[in-house]
Design a protein around this ligand. Sequence first.
Ligand code: XUL
Ligand code: CO
Length: 442
Amino acid sequence: MSAKMKKEFFPGISKIQFEGPRSRNPLAFKHYNPEEVVDGKTMRDHLRFSVTYWHSIRGQLADMFGSGTAVRPWEDGTNSMKMAETRVRVAFEFIDKLGAPFYAFHDRDVAPEGASLRETNANLDRIVRILKEEQQRTGVRLLWGTACLFAHPRFVHGAATSCNADVFAYAAAQVKKAIEVTHLLGGEGYVFWGGREGYSTLWNTDIKRELEHLAKFLHMAVAHRKSIGFKGQFYIEPKPKEPTKHQYDSDAAACLNFLREFGLKDHLKLNLETNHATLAGHTMQHEMEVAIAADALGSIDANTGDLLLGWDTDQFPTNVYLTTEMMLGILKMGGFSTGGTNFDAKVRRESFEPVDLFHAHIGGMDAFARGLKIASAIRKDGRLAGFVKSRYSSWDTGIGADIEKGKVGFKQLEAYMLKKGDITPNTSGRQEFLENLINEFI
Ligand code: XUL
Ligand code: CO
């Protein structure tokens, strides 16, 4: 089909432009200016935005109480291969018009299952060829691929942690293929989210055995990655619950402990998701700090929950405090390398028109652009970092430095304190002062 004859799926919407903060055009960026340089790097390269195929292209906006409301004029109501091919064109028109440099998908988002694994793989291969063609046409790249190991009934008891060894084998075959197609598409990473790797009741569960199986599975993935020469980064994505009542990868600390216990820490980083952090009873800032401290933060699934709803609502992030906290973390770790800001977020069931997909992503991208500019200004100002540094200054010289260097033990510390008598008074934590300081920038 020639470029002229090409069917448009989002007619009337052209490429989204940066128009600046005074613009009143809902289909323009007010803050995200891909070419603008912040701290020596363009916004595009800082933020590395990514669109998720599962929400934005496949999401039907169904919930527990009702069927999907999404109006998607190109859908024919089937999950046929023809429909899968059309959806690739839809996806790339959308991503290209939005101007996001990346996308992410699960194997089953892009191509339907066939009657056997062989047929399913053939379906995937056919669609991957079209994905590649569209990547080349638009310049959009794959941030990461993954396998859907949770939707089909065969994964009812989990995948790598299933009680049925055949399910483990099926999942291994599926992940092998998913890593291979990710490699073929030049993916910068591959994500393991433990879809149903957890339990609903401990009365039927052998945690020790299941965790060992999960570790074995990941070691097999690492070996396969090496054998095919895939250089992309592997990530594990923490989430505490949903769909199971306890997911093994419950939060950043639990994931890090698991990776260390089973010798996987060098092979996987964390892909942190905001709504998963809050489901775990943490802030995203907490999860990021834990991961950064362990040199294990890789990528971000950008979304937000709703404090009044207790589940994984996967809303688009628009809160500038949140994006500022997140960008402070990203700048502190020196920026993304293979990772990015992946909108694992869906429009509300009530926002069912195609244009809502644009509003949602534009809002998220603008919120992160503001977060980036504010975080950069806070760092340039230096007062926040200066405060934290001076708060720990007793560790820079004298007894503090001796402790950090391992020069002293309990005996020397007792002698030191007996001589000194008591401690010099502690200084204030200045929480309110610091909260006010942050507000100077927002
Ligand atoms: C589920 C979730 C997944 C992963 C990819 O809550 O976040 O979409 O990001 O499997
Ligand atoms: Co996610």
